[in-house]
Write a protein that binds this ligand. Structure first.
Ligand SMILES: [Zn+2]
Length: 232
């Protein structure tokens, strides 16, 4: 509903100041969250322009993803890292919404059949973590995607059974086992037989995406793809 969308935009502008989050410059009409200059500076992967890419190919060893894409490289000390930090830890949830809108438009423009999903499923946070942060950042990206595609979002089927503890002392195989075991799917989920897009902010090892996809795969005939803003 377009009128709801424009009300939503008005509310966002009311509550969030119109300055670039990265360089502080005033934003002009058409710029959202960050200025065009900073947006062009973000390190692009351009993976959405290709049929396949190194990330989805690597993760297919662990799960048969239909499609998968991350739009930016996460570089230590870089602008993308600063943007994600503001998004996840400084309350700037609107970044996810605007990024979601931008990437939905870009992906749809080049591979429209890739973007016809039945449901968008944000990677869930553990409820304690979500309470602490006040929001699930992946849900905000999902809202941006939905505002362009109109695809419904499901936030109740997939859930995290425990908060993931610090994993730095564990080896890679142990980390994977740990993360894969914490996601579950509700038995009465409407996602059976559906084409699902999993959404997360950053893909590091890929274990979270694979853990979620495996849980969804317990439902019959699901096809799972993923979208992440950034990949390390
Ligand atoms: Zn800027």
């Amino acid at each position: 509903m377009p009128w709801m969308r424009s009300r939503w935009h008005e509310l966002l502008h009311l509550f969030f100041p119109r300055h670039c989050l990265l360089c502080g410059r005033s934003l002009v009409k058409g710029e959202e969250g960050i200025c065009l200059h900073c947006l062009c500076d973000l390190p692009r992967t351009d993976w959405h322009l290709q049929a396949d890419n190194p990330l989805v190919e690597a993760l297919r060893e662990a799960f048969p993803f239909e499609h998968g894409v991350a739009f930016f490289h996460f570089e230590q000390g870089g602008k993308m890292r600063r943007l994600l930090h503001a998004f996840k830890y400084q309350g700037h949830k609107e970044i996810g919404y605007w990024m979601g809108r931008l990437l939905a438009q870009e992906w749809m423009a080049v591979q429209s059949d890739c973007t016809r999903f039945d449901y968008i499923v944000p990677v869930p946070l553990h409820r304690d973590r979500q309470r602490q942060r006040g929001y699930n950042q992946a849900e905000w990206i999902a809202q941006g995607l939905r505002s362009v595609w109109g695809t419904p979002i499901d936030t109740t089927s997939l859930y995290r059974t425990q908060a993931t503890e610090s994993q730095t002392h564990k080896d890679r195989a142990e980390r994977w086992r740990n993360v894969c075991a914490v996601f579950k799917v509700a038995e009465d989920s409407p996602l059976a037989g559906k084409r699902i897009l999993l959404v997360d902010d950053t893909c590091t090892t890929g274990a979270t995406l694979v853990g979620c996809a495996n849980a969804l795969h317990a439902l019959p005939d699901t096809r799972v793809s993923f979208l992440a803003l950034a990949s390390t």
